[in-house]
Design a protein around this ligand. Structure first.
Ligand code: GLU
Length: 449
């Protein structure tokens, strides 16, 4: 077999959406392959007809594409039955396997005939690039079943045949497959074929070191995509789940990863998944995205009741992008902010109780009205094109200092937003513009007098 070229594969079973563990395995395979100018194969392991579904295959391929992990070739085991048959017949002919009539447990005692490998009952030893020598006594495996019948191979046989036929040089897969390796080696030896190199990577674990499950965090890539994670951020974060560059560097483009990734630096112990860290990465990536892209994503995540407001317009949304950007880690946070009521007031006059206009220690609404009137006068004197946060601050600052900052600034902010928490009044006034700002201040005064 010619194995001069690096060839790797991921072999997902289409029994669920693309799992974050499989995506991370795909990434490690991809990085190793690209840095060696190799070929990366995706093999859909759909021999289990009952559990395999086309929709899951579609999801797996779609999400790998979204992550940018393009394959050089795609195979489906269901289309390769004839190939497996050839190898099963060879094993039978050479006496390395045999047909065994037995009662099926699954089929309630019905007689069936399966293909079993003749186990030489020996010690199998293999080198794992991360873990070193691993030894197994295969005796306890017995003469294990390798096919339901000549036309229906089981997992171990299909994997061995495919890895051989596809000339896979390195099998990089989750450590949950370590215990499968001795069986696969016995089949390789029975067939007289070469052994690929093995790299078993640590599993992704939750904070309490249990296996990632849906209960703790989203496990499918589609869920992360729906929540509004950026694909490059996920890639960057996943690369560091079990691998580290040996430096403090955390932000990597895919090309830097291809350059710097090394299989030898993959850790043995489980990789702890930390959603806060992933969110941090996502924020970093959002910061790098162009204004146009950010606008598009934020708009997509606005709730209908804001988009359908008669007062809604793109211009205002564009103005509040920096404010929104400051508060989100993932795109769907936009919806959260909106649901908390922190976005509507940019588009329409807020509703609020008049008393809300009073600063903590104040009790006289008439003073508030008087101050707001004064502020309106200041604002009238700023020209439209100078109505910026800095200018507004400059013009009213002395007055605010004199009258008491809270007593002056709180009512402005409250009259503009109707909220106890919001950006500062200068920023709000700039976003709303001179006309709207003055109109809201008048409204507040009208509520008082
Ligand atoms: N089909 C197996 C799985 O989904 C992977 C087999 C392999 O990587 O050898 O876990």
């Amino acid at each position: 077999m010619k194995k001069s070229q690096i060839k790797t594969r991921i072999a997902p079973s289409p029994t669920g959406d693309l799992h974050i563990g499989t995506a991370r395995t795909a990434l490690f395979n991809y990085l190793f392959t690209k840095q060696n100018n190799g070929k990366f194969i995706v093999r859909i392991e759909d021999t289990d007809k009952e559990r395999s579904k086309k929709e899951f295959e579609d999801n797996i391929l779609e999400e790998l594409k979204w992550l940018g992990l393009d394959n050089d070739k795609l195979y489906r085991q269901s289309e390769r039955t004839d190939i497996y048959k050839k190898y099963i017949e060879k094993l039978l002919k050479e006496g390395r396997a045999y047909l065994s009539k037995e009662e099926s447990k699954a089929k309630m005692g019905k007689q069936i005939e399966v293909v079993r490998l003749k186990n030489p009952n020996k010690k199998v030893e293999f080198d794992d690039i991360i873990r070193g020598k691993i030894e197994f006594d295969t005796t306890e495996l017995g003469n294990f079943v390798i096919a339901k019948n000549i036309n229906e191979p089981l997992y171990h046989l299909a994997v061995v045949v495919d890895d051989y036929e596809m000339e896979i040089s390195h099998i990089i897969r989750g450590e949950d497959h370590i215990s499968n390796t001795p069986r696969q080696i016995l089949i390789q030896e029975a067939l007289g074929i070469d052994r690929p190199k093995y790299v078993h990577i640590p599993l992704i674990l939750t904070q309490n070191r249990s296996k990632m499950s849906k209960r703790d965090n989203a496990t499918s890539i589609s869920e992360y995509r729906r929540k509004g994670y950026v694909s490059d951020a996920l890639i960057n974060y996943m690369a560091l789940l079990g691998w580290n560059p040996g430096t403090n560097k955390e932000l990597f483009t895919i090309n830097e990863l291809i350059e710097e990734f090394s299989i030898e630096n993959i850790q043995k112990g489980g990789a702890i998944f930390d959603i806060e860290k992933l969110n941090w990465f996502n924020r970093e990536y959002i910061k790098k995205i162009s204004e146009d892209e950010i606008f598009k994503n934020i708009k997509q995540n606005l709730p209908k009741d804001i988009l359908n407001m008669s007062e809604y317009n793109d211009k205002i949304l564009k103005k509040i992008i920096p404010i929104i950007k400051d508060r989100i880690s993932i795109w769907s946070d936009v919806l959260k902010i909106a649901e908390e009521g922190d976005l509507d007031y940019y588009f329409k006059q807020p509703k609020y109780k008049t008393e809300g206009l009073l600063w903590k220690t104040d009790s006289d609404l008439n003073i508030v009205a008087k101050n707001l009137l004064k502020i309106i006068n200041f604002f009238e004197n700023i020209s439209n094109d100078k109505f910026s946060s800095d200018e507004i601050k400059k013009i009213i600052w002395d007055f605010a200092e004199k009258e008491g900052r809270g007593s002056v600034l709180w009512p402005i902010r409250y009259a503009l937003s109707g909220r106890n928490k919001s950006p500062d009044p200068f920023q709000l006034a700039e976003v709303l513009g001179k006309k709207e700002t003055i109109s809201r201040l008048h409204n507040a005064i009208n509520k008082i007098v």
